[in-house]
Design a protein around this ligand. Structure first.
Ligand code: XMP
Length: 436
């Protein structure tokens, strides 16, 4: 027990016996100010006891305690670990409380505070302090390698690891040449210059664009970009010595999306898929229990700039899937400039805080236009702005026409190779958010 004193936060453990409501309950408890983690039903009493500051357990069985079609139950010894247990379903063993369906907030509150005597001490400051200590204990004096894309998750995990282990963290930022305007520069500025991180910047633009030459099929493009990314990262990893750990910005939704609720499968989904077997690292995933909004709050608490923490989603293949068909350098450059203008005008209009995802796309054809009183051929740029909760369906943002016209004027003036701008109005479904 002495060992656990450094942990700031009390914890309620939810054991997943096949319910679809685990995250709802976890969020409810976190909203009460108490940290809550979801663990698989087959956790052993020893694994449970090894968790820090557990105050109580909720067995969440849903309809009939079934995971992947197989009936499941917890190890009966779990009931004798000394923690209050509440069961949501029809439990067979002795619990402090039993409910056939998800109980109301008042019931959960009574269990958490009266039965478990948990303290409402879950906040980002405490979370960060706890994770810093946990990372230090996991890593010791060894080094951690991290692929820092500049996305929200990898940026927040970098800032957290930096706080925990400073120069023992080695970040690698691979610029695949398909980043948005100033994106790689901002990663270098924030992490190397402002936060003094150990950052290796690799400009692999030529390498990626050469590989992508004349490749028009979207899936083929994705494969090349993904595969090449792993290779560049691997080459950098091989140059380094004494790295034992790999940091990852895995967050809770990634784990849910893996389609399983047991930690065993989670590990195989989030292992370093793609890296060769002789490059073996132990994973460090300090954000693995956070929801996206909590990751952003964590980033703010760690002092990252707002434009990094509230960045809109950006696909891994980057502008590569927005420069349609076979990527050419001139279209890619026009796309990057048009996208920067769109983002700037969205920010000017306050739309950047309202719209979920907004970007430009450049098809692979030219259209006729008139420039300087002469017929000329130019590219067309498409504006796409969508709102969604989960990216499975999406609706269109109704952009004000004055704003649209300003964007069109700026793009056609400041990007000379573009002579038409279209505004895409198709929902998902029947369209997807991206064009490729
Ligand atoms: P779609 O186009 O499928 O996009 O409606 C849904 C969401 O996923 C993003 N997206 C990707 N993200 N790699 C990623 O990391 C990809 O290959 C990829 N394709 C689409 C897209 O931006 C949207 O947010």
């Amino acid at each position: 027990m002495e060992e656990k004193k450094f942990m700031k936060q009390d914890m309620i453990v939810i054991l997943d016996l096949g319910s679809t409501e685990n995250t709802v309950i976890a969020r409810q408890i976190r909203d009460m100010g108490v940290y809550s983690e979801i663990h698989p039903h087959d956790i052993t009493p020893d694994e449970l006891k090894a968790l820090n500051n557990v105050k109580g357990i909720i067995l969440n069985g849903g309809e009939n305690r079934v995971v992947d079609g197989v009936p499941v139950d917890v190890d009966p010894a779990i009931y004798n670990c000394g923690y209050p247990v509440m069961a949501i379903d029809h439990p067979t063993a002795q619990c402090a409380a039993q409910y056939a369906e998800i109980p109301g907030e008042d019931v959960i509150r009574a269990f958490v505070f009266d039965e478990c005597k948990a303290e409402a001490n879950w906040n980002m400051k405490n979370f960060i302090e706890d994770q810093v200590e946990l990372v230090r204990r996991q890593v010791g004096d060894k080094k951690v390698l991290l692929a820092l894309s500049g996305g929200v998750d990898s940026s927040v995990v970098a800032a957290l690891l930096l706080k925990a282990i400073g120069k023992q963290l080695v970040c690698v930022h691979v610029n695949h040449g398909l980043m948005r305007k100033n994106e790689s520069e901002s990663v270098v500025e924030v992490f190397r210059n402002q936060l003094n991180a150990n950052l290796i910047y690799v400009d692999a633009t030529e390498r990626f664009l050469t590989k992508l030459e004349n490749v028009a099929d979207p899936e083929q493009k994705r494969k090349i970009i993904g595969g090449e990314f792993i290779r560049v990262f691997e080459e950098e990893a091989r140059k380094l010595e004494g790295i034992d750990f790999l940091g990852q910005g895995t967050i809770y939704p990634d784990i849910i999306e893996s389609g399983t609720k047991t930690a065993k499968c989670v590990k195989s989904h989030h292992n370093v898929g793609g890296l060769p077997e002789d490059l073996q690292f132990e994973l460090v995933e300090p954000l693995a229990q956070l929801f996206k909004d909590e990751v952003r709050a964590c980033g703010v608490e760690l002092g990252l700039p707002a434009n990094m923490v509230y960045r809109q989603p950006f696909p891994g293949p980057g502008l590569g899937v927005r420069c349609l068909g076979a990527i050419t350098r001139d279209r890619l450059e026009a796309l990057r400039e048009a996208d920067a203008i769109l983002r700037e005008e969205f920010a000017n209009a306050g739309l950047d805080k309202k719209v979920w995802q907004y970007f430009t796309v450049i098809p692979d054809f030219k259209a006729v236009g008139v420039r300087d009183n002469a017929r000329s051929m130019g590219y067309m740029v498409v504006i796409r702005a969508v709102n969604t909760i989960d990216a499975m369906t999406a609706t269109i943002e109704r952009i004000d026409y004055d704003i649209l016209e300003k964007i069109v004027d700026r793009i056609t003036t400041e990007v000379p190779s573009v002579n038409r701008v279209c505004y895409e109005l198709t929902k998902k479904p029947v369209a997807t958010i991206e064009f490729e």
